[in-house]
Design a protein around this ligand. Structure first.
Ligand SMILES: [Zn+2]
Length: 220
């Protein structure tokens, strides 16, 4: 599906997703960043660095390759291109990466706690839990390596004292992951106030992940 889009359409997807991310309250200001890979050409479209989402047009979106070189664009790419492209190089199933600075998930990133598997949507599409990667300064190649290592085969990871990184086969899937991670973080914090949150058992997690992968939806 994605391979039929023009370059301008790919760039517009980055612009639209950025505005949606802000309107959903998943980030503020110029923070956070989004990338999308064209599976046919391998080119990666990424948000320009330090520009407010409302001011970005398709012309500002930067095009890079898997070697982390800029191949098109007159803006500087997001400083976090290392982890965006490192993830895509490590995970062939991932074509979109979204990094946000959301409130509730960030509470876990600040206290360096895992977000456990406490709700079925989370377990089905994100993974058994979301963990923190090793700390590195923003925009460094080290952070890229640490994010890839901690993400493993899950669809989200936290960067300590910073924010979250969510991945998916396309932008809609990655945005859905951002939403579900933030919702689960919020629920877990409220549940802790109410009492003793119960984590879903490993066996039930396996069963739900199998169902989501192989049977969920029409005609499976
Ligand atoms: Zn950030």
């Amino acid at each position: 599906m994605q391979s039929k889009l023009t370059k301008t359409e790919y760039k517009q997807k980055i612009v639209d997703a950025g505005n949606l991310m802000v309107s959903l309250g998943l980030t503020v200001g110029t923070w956070g960043n989004i990338s999308l890979r064209d599976t046919e050409t391998g080119l990666i479209y990424i948000k320009p660095s330090g520009m407010p989402y409302a001011e970005i047009t398709a012309d500002d979106v930067v095009v890079m390759n898997s070697a982390m070189e800029v191949v098109e664009g007159h803006r500087k790419p997001s400083i976090e291109f290392h982890f965006h492209i490192s993830i895509m190089n490590a995970r062939k199933d991932v074509n979109a990466v979204i990094h946000t600075h959301p409130i509730y998930s960030s509470a876990f990133a600040v206290t360096r706690q895992d977000i456990p598997g406490i709700s079925e949507d989370f377990v089905q599409i994100v993974g058994d839990k979301v963990i923190n990667c090793k700390y590195s300064l923003p925009g460094t190649p080290d952070l890229g390596r640490n994010v890839v290592e901690a993400l493993a085969d899950r669809n989200a990871v936290m960067i300590p004292n910073h924010g979250t990184v969510c991945v998916g086969a396309d932008i809609d899937a990655a945005l859905k992951i951002c939403h579900v991670v933030e919702k689960s973080a919020h629920i877990y914090i409220l549940a802790k106030i109410l009492g003793d949150p119960q984590v879903i058992s490993d066996d039930d997690m396996d069963a739900m992940q199998d169902f989501a992968r192989n049977h969920y939806g029409q005609g499976k």
